[in-house]
Design a protein around this ligand. Sequence first.
Ligand code: ATP
Length: 310
Amino acid sequence: MSQASSSASVHVRAPGKINVYLGVGGRHDDGYHALATVFQAVSLYEDVIARPAADFSLVVRGVDDPSTVPLDDRNLAMRAAKLLAAAADFDGGVALEIRKSVPVAGGMGGGSADAAAALVACDALWGTGLSTARLHELAARLGADVPFALHGGTAVGTGRGDRLNPALARGRFEWVLVTSDEGLSTPAVYGRLDALREEDGALADDPPLSLDVPIPVLQALRSGDAGDLASSLHNDLQTAAVHERPDLERTIEHGIRAGALHGIVSGSGPTVALLCAGPENAQDVQSALREAGLDPLHVHGPVPGARIVG
Ligand code: ATP
């Protein structure tokens, strides 16, 4: 395929995610952990704009500290564009612009959302004609959370989190997110979980015997009842994340005192997700946390995965 298929710019929006349930198995020889998780895509978005270009380039906007996001081939969006070009035999390039809203290293899959958005944007820009199944295959090669950022909605993830099955979720759930200025390294949090499990089973959750999402989680999603979902929120990484950042536990307690139904560390943290009974309750929780000097955002889920805008 040649550059001649390039056309005008393409703007794609992809959501960040919350893991409403995250069960982590033992560490495999390849360093990965088996997971059983339920992702929910929420209304905090990454925007990626792809413009025709002869070479590959990337600019990132919306981050306070630009040094936290690589601009070279370590950037997941850049890797996505180059992987797609190779798969489609496209010999041109692309100028990518990322407008970030999802906190960097926040446990909300912002980099994965950028990768999914770059795949969809470059696919449209270059007119590759690849099938959706092939795009999902490329997404899984880029990272375990990338297929979900393409898919969106609410889904069960197994394997490394990359084997997806849609979960039936009725209605809309209201969340208040409390972000942190400083991110947490995902490998460091998994490493801490391994160490805690080795040291003393009482300090961390034991590796689950069977890695299935518990039925009550799926029932709560199906009923659309926020109270039911609140009682089944669970994250095996939370103990390890709190070990690194004890303030996260206090933030969850603060959110509950402010009226949230329950709270959880999102993925590997440090973003805290507080589930609320409805929009008004979420606004009250947000105001109370803002008064306490925190940085809360009101979002809802589920929302669709990476989509072309306009
Ligand atoms: P993970 O997906 O590893 O759980 P996360 O959701 O906590 O991570 P991300 O914002 O996706 O956090 O980024 C984790 C790290 O990946 C960053 O610290 C950064 O070095 C690197 N990275 C690569 N590409 C991107 C990108 N497009 N946006 C942000 N970070 C990126």
